[in-house]
Design a binder for this molecule. Structure first.
Ligand SMILES: [Mg+2]
Length: 168
């Protein structure tokens, strides 16, 4: 069950403060690449700004946790005014711990939002955090990425099987 996410959303914008409140979630640690924006989009757009503002207004603490380089993470996060951590090495727990400690929120009241099961979802699980997943906005098509997606497939299927059962 480790790699089965708690929820799969079509896009980060489908996650609302109301949903997070209903789940008891006070903090979101969010991946950048392919979760919020494709690799080639250096700056956040007005949708990001509105979504992060809505979260802040509702008292949801947000931070960015990326495996990408400091320059990419700095440029993207500056426009949003949220804390950001680069070179996180997910599925390592190191920067998730640091981010939660900086935000002052317990792991049990926090979730990771990302697009990859083997990094984002696994790091959340290892912390005892909820894992929310979105499909990658624009996947790389290298053999390595296709291989990683193939590894994820059974867990995504399992998620859909479990949730079909919930609805019955
Ligand atoms: Mg990603």
């Amino acid at each position: 069950m480790t790699l089965v996410p708690d929820r799969i959303f079509d896009t980060y914008r489908d996650i609302t403060p109301e949903f997070l409140a209903s789940e008891g979630i006070e903090a979101l640690l969010i991946d950048i690449d392919n979760t919020l924006a494709p690799y080639e989009q250096p700056l956040p757009d007005e949708h990001h700004a509105a979504w992060f503002r809505a979260m802040a207004d509702a008292g949801v603490c947000c931070a960015l946790i990326s495996n990408n380089k400091p320059e990419r993470v700095r440029i993207f996060s500056e426009g949003l005014g949220v804390a950001a951590y680069a070179d996180c090495g997910k599925p390592s727990r190191k920067y998730l711990k640091i981010a939660l400690s900086d935000l002052g929120v317990e792991a049990s009241r926090a979730a990771v939002l990302g697009d990859q099961l083997l990094t984002d979802c696994l790091s959340a699980r290892r912390m005892g955090m909820k894992a929310y997943i979105v499909p990658p906005i624009k996947d790389k098509t290298t053999l390595f990425f296709r291989f990683k997606r193939a590894l994820e497939r059974p867990f995504i299927k399992k998620y859909h099987r479990l949730h079909r059962k919930d609805e019955k």
